[in-house]
Write a protein that binds this ligand. Structure first.
Ligand code: GAL
Length: 679
């Protein structure tokens, strides 16, 4: 077990915006007292403070920030300090219009909003770099500042001339000569052949949107440019002597960037979690959040930070529902259960005006501790403090016997294609179905970017590997999967996998590319069903399956069987009776193929059958339906978190080898239990 110097206890607190209250010292004093009462030990400062830090070009004011950081520190509260590049002051845009973003229609934006800047602009990079260096000189060795929060939720894209040139240069480096690019982008189609890199323009509704290779590479470029900007921000901090680790905060299911790439530039991954509680099925919401937590952990394969979450309502949701009693604590514990070393909120104090004045906060407009939300925040603070003090949670890690692969570039290419279903391919939903089924088997799950898998060795710790809808197989990737299965691994893949290469050119000679003998089949055609239309999946051996039939929708792939064994066949249409879900032994391992977008119950039953067959040890031998379980392991013990995100009470059988650390075996709605099991 690797020892860690950061953090030394679970971080608890959130975004704090004192720059909105500098004329109210009594409020700032009150905040510190209330934070202490809520056991808040960490705040994030400076995310949107540029206008206060540099009110005019080159005129820096750090005194106010230092006073606040010092004051908080004296009262036991440490600071995560942001670089303020997420929103720029007016003077910057007025003096240097190039810092403003240009849309795909080639129109430059006006000053406004946040995150509205060009990541290529040399002026923007210079001004951010100068301010970052000054911040690092001021606070780079300050004992209260424990982490750099670089920018805020990087995102969006710019199509200005500077970006166009940078894109062309990026393509020159990638392809070297234009004929290689023409081949990769298949430009002979519609006579779009380029004769020079200088002819290339980013995708635009006024130009090309249908050149799929261009679209894909443009997305890659946007990620590369944002990554480069992030790298430059971090380098500026380091060059001025900042020694603290770095992070940047990510968003849920954001498809504008490939986070796997950005994560390489920071020491810790963090993300901002805003689930839509109580608008539908809360268990599904909890599972979706769990999936995102595990995805974030997988980016660096180490503990991560929950950087933002709402203490209650989220004002930018369509409907701002209150978190029901228990959900604040449950959400904090869920993050910790999935490997977070923090539970941070947006925001500590609610602003009086502006866009977020109705957003949930630990301290609301009333301003006291006598509120439902404050009381719950204080209970969560106490609990996290106790966990840090009495357990080894902070040095523990999540260990998973199963992994789920996803791939942002694959998703871009797949969702950017025309056909087989332009009204939705349901990639994220399919990941969620597989993930939910694995969780229902009471297993920890690693969610890994396929890009992070460099060799079969990297997969050898997994007994079970799921790779649904993995459209893009990069050169050599099939070999990795083959070796994994050959050496005893169990692979579950399925429709629309291994279809195209890294440049989105379809593989020839049968798909899933390179795995025909591993799977014992090849795909032939894929049928897309209109919304609401379903097919049936019928068990070949009724005794094996808990249900007599399952439904599937959206996509039904037709396969040509080699020596794979059909497990389920289609129940309707001209392909009635043909294989839909199959099994095949290969080497010392096994490979399953799921050919259709099956209902959740099929995935649940299939993974239960596989987990039982492989005798994968479960976190709990038994658990009532609707509870979620996840665990972390330290040198001495395993901490098992069992959570009830449903409105019904549930009764948990506490295993004999475990001790109840927190909670009650009768789990009230939205309550949690933590068990400790010695190793
Ligand atoms: C986040 C953002 C915060 C705040 C929050 C409100 O996306 O990083 O600054 O706006 O949303 O939910």
């Amino acid at each position: 077990m690797q020892s860690r110097s950061f953090p030394q206890h679970l971080l608890y607190g959130g975004d704090y915006n004192p720059e909105q209250w500098l004329d109210s010292p009594e409020i700032l004093r009150q905040d510190v007292a209330l934070m202490q009462q809520a056991r808040i030990n960490t705040v994030t400062l400076g995310v949107f403070s540029w206008a206060e830090l540099e009110p005019n070009e080159g005129e820096y004011h750090f005194g106010w920030l230092r006073a606040i950081i010092d004051d908080l520190f004296e009262n036991g509260i440490r600071t995560i300090l942001a670089t303020p590049s997420g929103a720029r002051p007016r003077w910057l845009a007025e003096a240097y219009p190039e810092v403003l973003r240009t849309g795909e229609d080639r129109q430059r934006m006006l000053y406004g909003e946040r995150h509205n800047h060009c990541y290529t602009s040399p002026v923007y990079r210079e001004k951010v770099g100068l301010l970052n260096r000054r911040l690092a000189q001021e606070f780079g060795n300050h004992p209260a500042v424990i982490l750099w929060h670089i920018s805020n939720e990087y995102g969006g894209e710019c199509h200005c001339d500077l970006c166009q040139n940078a894109f062309r240069d990026w393509l020159r480096r990638r392809y070297t000569d234009i004929s290689a690019l023409n081949k990769a982008w298949w430009t002979a189609f519609w006579s779009h052949t380029y004769t020079s890199f200088d002819q290339i323009e980013s995708p635009s509704s006024r130009g090309d949107t249908g050149l799929l290779g261009l679209n894909l590479d443009w997305k890659r470029f946007v990620t590369a440019q944002t990554r480069d900007f992030l790298r430059a921000e971090a380098a500026a901090l380091r060059s001025a002597g900042a020694r603290q680790p770095t992070t940047t905060n990510f968003m849920e299911d954001y498809t504008g960037l490939n986070y796997y790439e950005l994560a390489q530039e920071v020491d810790y991954v963090s993300w901002d979690s805003y689930p839509r509680w109580h608008c539908g099925d809360d268990i599904a919401t909890a599972l979706d959040t769990a999936l995102q937590h595990d995805m974030m952990r997988g980016l660096k394969e180490k503990p991560w930070l929950l950087m933002e979450s709402s203490p209650s309502a989220v004002n930018w949701h369509e409907i701002s529902r209150l978190k029901k009693p228990g959900v604040l604590i449950g959400s904090a514990l869920q993050a910790v259960a999935h490997g977070a070393d923090s539970a941070q909120f947006f925001q500590i104090r609610q602003g009086r005006g502006g866009f977020e004045k109705f957003h949930g906060a630990v301290i609301d407009h009333y301003g006291g501790s006598d509120t439902r939300v404050f009381r719950e925040a204080a209970s969560a603070g106490k609990l996290l403090e106790e966990l840090s003090a009495k357990t080894q949670i902070v040095t523990s890690h999540v260990e998973a016997p199963a992994a789920l692969l996803y791939d942002m570039e694959s998703r871009w290419a797949l969702e950017g294609s025309q056909g087989p279903r332009n009204e939705g391919l349901f990639y994220r939903e399919t990941l969620r179905k597989v993930y939910s089924a694995l969780r229902r088997c009471r297993l920890n799950v690693d969610v890994r970017s396929a890009q992070s898998i460099r060799d079969a060795q990297g997969l050898s710790r997994y007994q079970l590997l799921a790779a649904p809808m993995l459209y893009m197989f990069r050169e050599g990737f099939a070999e990795i999967l083959r070796t994994y299965v050959q050496h005893g691994g169990t692979l579950v893949t399925g429709y629309l996998s291994g279809v195209a290469d890294e440049t989105d050119l379809c593989w020839l000679g049968g798909t899933p590319h390179g795995l025909l003998d591993v799977l014992g089949l090849r795909t032939e055609e894929i049928d897309a069903l209109p919304d609401g239309r379903k097919n049936l999946l019928l068990p070949c051996k009724a005794a094996v399956w808990p249900k007599a039939d399952y439904t599937c929708e959206h996509l039904c792939e037709l396969v040509r069987l080699g020596d794979a064994v059909p497990l389920l066949t289609y129940g309707r249409d001209f392909y009635q009776g043909s294989a839909a879900v199959t099994f095949h032994s290969y080497g010392s391992g096994q490979a399953y193929y799921v050919g259709a977008d099956a209902e959740q119950a099929m995935y649940d039953d299939l993974f239960e059958l596989i987990a039982a067959k492989l005798a994968i040890p479960r976190l709990l031998e038994e658990m009532p339906d609707g509870l979620l379980v996840s665990s972390r392991r330290s040198e001495s013990a395993e901490y098992v978190f069992v959570q009830n995100f449903s409105p019904e009470p549930k009764i948990l059988q506490i295993p004999e080898d475990a001790r109840l650390l927190y909670g009650e075996a009768t789990l009230r709605p939205y309550s949690s239990v933590i068990l400790e099991r010695p190793n």
